[in-house]
Design a protein around this ligand. Structure first.
Ligand code: NAD
Ligand code: SAH
Length: 415
């Protein structure tokens, strides 16, 4: 069996981590039971690029219970939980992932999982979709469909669709309401706090925290830091979102102003070079820099490297840069996703919904193969609603239903 992980002897520890996640993912457990009985993915080959975490392990086990063969690589070179990767190999999953991959190794692992000529492509960030469309043009037409886990990946796929190069239908899992309202907002809100605290153990109360971007991720982060007593400043480029931030009670200003005030900076835009040389020059001694958006390009680490007169790794996850003005800046997790590199990513309870959408979307692709166009589709509303219903049920929460009279009232227009 082909695989490449750090150390197979870590598997027993990984198995316990996966058991912990499974116990906190009731929706996916239900789907796993259903898949074990009905085998909707029998004979299906899946190439997946996701953060190799205990939560991803539960998704992979669910797909495997449905009959699929899965080849898995990491969606970030620093986020792999090595014990979990080993436990998955022991279960027969072809895993090519270890924490600390170089850029070459990261793309080698992606090429390995792509090499199986998959029926379904599951990606987080679009690197696998992009790799297949660039390097495997001759097999693209055989792929039944793909899914995409995150905002930036969906943006990249929509640009492929616009340019007419998208080779198979893709379901934008990120855009399910039961994904971004919870995962992007509450998941990232909490796990970003977790990553920054595990890296630094700094006091949040009374600090000035600058959050770049007030999308679903940014608003979750701003909310949680305010809850811990920070003064939160938001920077934005979209006037509507900036206005929302103002009316949610946050200070809003340009990064060039916020740079002088912040103790902790967190980027969450999905954009490039949001914090640059001109901002580093203005920052206070001891400012902490963290990124929770896609890739390591939001904070311009190249600028920081170029201008620093010295650099050293201080703690795991903390690199100190000394600038020519004598001030020290602390970069967390090398500018990669702080919640996954310096902590464990989102809690299992929230990934339960994101990955329930993934599993049900994979089943949907198989059921509808040949009928979907080469487009980016939203997750069907029935799936989104089913996930919400199962989640509520797992929490023991019942809600009201519309009476016939209410349904009629809501659909009438006469006086
Ligand atoms: P979003 O589109 O809802 O929000 C992004 C916001 O950033 C927008 O409001 C946009 O106007 C703003 N923005 C863009 N350029 C900016 C700039 N130069 N300065 C200030 N603001 C700017 O997206 P989202 O769902 O909030 O996701 C944001 C990023 O986080 C994406 O890259 C996504 O893939 C990633 N993400 C990370 C995690 C995680 O676990 N860390 C979870 C979900 C999403
Ligand atoms: N390749 C990109 C991937 C974007 S990561 C990068 O590393 O920069 C953002 C995605 O990570 C989110 O959409 C979220 O669903 C996912 N994520 C967060 N916590 C996770 C966890 N515990 N396990 C697996 N995926 C997780």
């Amino acid at each position: 069996m082909e695989y490449k992980v750090k150390d197979l002897s870590l598997a027993p520890k990984g198995r316990i981590q996966i058991e912990w996640a499974l116990n906190h993912m009731p929706v996916l457990r239900r789907i796993m039971d259903e898949f074990s009985r009905t085998k909707p993915l029998n004979g299906i080959r899946i190439s997946a690029v996701l953060h190799v975490t205990k939560e991803t392990a539960v998704l992979v086990k669910t797909l495997s219970a449905g009959g699929a063969e899965i080849w898995l690589a990491a969606s970030n070179p620093l986020s792999t939980q090595d014990d979990v990767a080993s436990a998955l190999v022991e279960e027969g999953i072809h895993v090519f992932a270890w924490r600390g991959e170089t850029t070459e190794e990261y793309f080698w692992a992606i090429s390995k999982v792509a090499s199986i000529e998959p029926h379904i492509v599951i990606d987080d960030g679009g690197d696998l979709h992009s790799y297949i469309h660039t390097n495997m043009k001759d097999i693209v037409h055989k792929i039944y469909g793909g899914t995409e886990e995150t905002t930036t990946g969906v943006l990249r796929l929509k640009s492929m669709e616009r340019e007419g190069v998208l080779g198979y239908p893709v379901i934008a899992v990120n855009n399910a309401l039961t994904k971004y309202l919870f995962d992007n907002r509450y998941g990232t809100g909490q796990s970003t706090v977790d990553g920054i605290l595990r890296a630094t153990n700094t006091l949040i109360a009374g600090k000035t925290v600058v959050v770049a971007g007030y999308g679903w991720v940014g608003r979750g982060i701003a909310l949680r830091f305010r809850g811990m007593g920070a003064n939160v400043i938001v920077t934005e480029v979209n006037p509507i979102r900036a206005l929302e931030a103002v009316m949610d009670g946050f200070m809003v200003m340009k990064m060039s102003e916020a740079a002088k005030l912040g103790d902790i900076f967190i980027t969450a835009t999905g954009n490039i070079n949001v914090i640059n040389r001109q901002h580093f020059e203005l920052m206070k001694d001891g400012a902490i820099l963290a990124n929770s958006g896609h890739f390591d390009v939001e904070i311009n680490v190249k600028d920081l490297e170029a201008m620093a007169i010295s650099k050293r790794d201080l703690r795991e996850c903390v690199t100190e840069y000394v600038l020519p003005n004598g001030r020290r800046l602390y970069l967390l997790g090398r500018g990669r996703l702080v919640n996954l590199v310096c902590a464990e990513g989102h809690p299992s309870e929230v990934m339960d919904m994101s990955f329930a959408n993934q599993a049900l979307s994979a089943k949907y692709i198989v059921e509808n193969r040949g009928r979907l166009e080469k487009r980016v589709y939203d997750v069907p509303l029935e799936i989104d609603q089913k996930v919400a219903e199962l989640k509520l049920a797992s929490m023991g929460i019942e809600i009201d239903t519309l009476t016939e009279e209410q349904k009629k009232y809501l659909s009438s227009w006469t006086l």
